[in-house]
Write a protein that binds this ligand. Structure first.
Ligand SMILES: [Zn+2]
Length: 256
């Protein structure tokens, strides 16, 4: 009997959450200039066909209806919201049903910040962060870094992609560099192997085409290599064909 009551309560809560999500999407309006903001600032959007662009617009609307973007001592405008949503959606665009259920708010800071979220004092070297503890449904991004991520779309660095890659990694319960929602079972072991091999290779060299921050651990590797994949796929394919193939399988599985 208790089991049945629990199932009924869970079902009611799930229906309520689903209905609330639908209501928010229905009520939310994208800014009137969304299309021009996207075509002026997001190459990923420009490279889609007409159908893809419409889908991209729907996905960012869905994202922004359910995730607020708020400035802390800094103004947030339409472009900021569109850029945050674009970075988030680029990563999961190949998965029409995938939604970020583990974030409620993105906070924009006026500059870099420290690991304990402070914008003054020493140790302010963080550009973006997925929150933990009481901040577990929050993400923080430095606004200048958000803007520069899209102003330089082929330099291999994009803080928004980096942080949302962590969020995807986190969605299966652990931030461990194994994005189990993106990789099917047979690919998990090859992925773990290539990550470890590449980190070892990076540590053995003075220079690497991969940002050295990726050698810190498996989860940073996944975030850093995701930036590289979305910004310079050509270069990644040339220098690391096997790694590229696994990432391609991960982010664009339907391509076949
Ligand atoms: Zn990171």
């Amino acid at each position: 009997m208790i089991g049945l009551i629990i199932i009924i309560v869970i079902t009611i809560i799930a229906i309520a959450i689903y209905a609330d999500r639908k209501r928010r999407i229905h009520n939310y309006q994208l800014p009137a200039n969304t299309r021009s903001l996207l075509s002026d600032n997001v190459p990923f959007y420009n490279n889609l066909d007409d159908k893809g662009r419409l889908q991209f617009e729907t996905r960012i609307k869905d994202f922004l209806a359910n995730t607020s973007v708020r400035g802390v001592d800094v103004e947030v405008d339409d472009l900021d919201r569109i850029l945050v949503a674009s970075g988030a959606i680029m990563l999961i665009f190949a998965f029409p049903d995938w939604k970020y259920n583990n974030i409620s708010e993105v906070l924009l800071y006026k500059g870099t910040f420290s690991r304990d979220y402070k914008t003054d004092g020493s140790g302010r070297d963080v550009l973006g962060m997925v929150g933990d503890g009481v901040m577990h449904r929050e993400m923080i991004l430095s606004k200048p870094s958000l803007r520069s991520s899209f102003q330089n779309p082929v330099d291999g660095h994009n803080t928004v992609i980096h942080e949302f890659a962590h969020l995807i990694d986190k969605a299966d319960g652990e931030v461990d560099g194994m994005p189990e929602y993106l990789l099917s079972q047979p690919h998990l072991l090859p992925w773990a192997n290539i990550v470890h091999e590449t980190i070892k290779e990076m540590k053995g060299k003075r220079h690497s085409d991969i940002d050295f921050y990726g050698a810190k651990n498996d989860s940073e590797f996944f975030a850093v290599i995701s930036e590289y994949f979305f910004e310079r796929p050509d270069k990644l394919k040339e220098h690391h064909p096997e790694l590229y193939a696994l990432l391609d399988e991960m982010f664009r599985p339907q391509k076949g």
